[in-house]
Design a protein around this ligand. Sequence first.
Ligand SMILES: CNc1nc2cc3nc[nH]c(=O)c3cc2[nH]1
Ligand SMILES: [Zn+2]
Length: 374
Amino acid sequence: MPVPGRFTIHARDGKARRATLHTAHGEIQTPVFMPVGTQGSVKAVGPDDLLQAGSQIILGNTYHLYLRPGDELVARRGGLHRFMSWDKPILTDSGGFQVFSLSTIRKISEKGVEFRSYLDGSKHFFSPEKAISIQQNLGSDIMMVLDECVGYGADREYTARSLERTTRWARRCREVHTPGADGQLMFGIIQGGFHEDLREESLGQLLEIPFEGYAIGGLSVGESTEDMYRILNHIGPRMPEEKPRYLMGVGTPMDILEGIESGVDMFDCVLPTRNARNGTLFTSQGKVNIKRAEFREDDGPLDPNCQCYTCRNFSRAYLRHLYTAREILSYRLNSLHNIAFFLELARQAREAIEGGRFAELKAHYQGIYGTDGR
Ligand SMILES: CNc1nc2cc3nc[nH]c(=O)c3cc2[nH]1
Ligand SMILES: [Zn+2]
């Protein structure tokens, strides 16, 4: 009988791990890429597309679903899994990041964060307890604590004070949800900005609270690749060995491989779906900008090495036409392929770790995407 939260490491290759995380909605093979379904849908693709592409788990955003259609409405409709017809695992972010990145007016205090809705400017308040209550209403398998993601360039003093409050908030989140209740897991989020010592401080404080996993927050906020990798390389290996490690909001194919090399197990990013909608497609031979004139008569598949529905059934010429004509099908086919590419990258990483060949896999993609894939 699978116990939600059980994390079994099967193989290691350097700091990279090949593991299985058990949740109430099934097992997750890691390293794993999680497509982002912000408002209860991974934009332009359906659950059937996601399953066919190999998605194991998707992300939902507490902030968006709380504001619309409302977490209580989703609860009355049987929870997010039933509402969106996805019966595999779901992870929900706590909303903190979206409050800071989407809501203009906001006030942060010890109690929580007051903000105005990006939809209609109405006033709302998230306490740590409220952020957990929303995620319980959504019924997500993995809940994230409410935290403050300090912006890139925040001064050290503020970053230090903020991480202390984020720890106090994390403790309050844990106090309102008994570990494993309803099969839901809770992950803590490490802050500390771009200061190695503050990152260690944040991790050390969070380790005193029992979480089923730990996330690295505060990255992919506009910093340089060098700064991201510096913090990632420092804190990744220092996170609890026996618990899942999640890097929030990251990233390009090369960022993900860098994260796996630093011992991270879980990743989410809007890059595949967002870039798909502007015609930037990731392939086994590098990025393809499908709107380019060179593809007008190109009868070949987008990616000859890809087994996704898009690459098995349509030519580059057709994909370019759809994009140029602003056909809605363009969003679906491009998004499906990009998601399939990120899922395949994670699958190749799992296989490479099992075979002790992760360094070769990373070098292979470095040759195609450069050091950071931007
Ligand atoms: C797209 N980049 C990005 N998405 C994030 C989500 C987050 N959630 C909670 N806490 C974070 O620090 C955090 C950082 C993030 N960076
Ligand atoms: Zn494809």
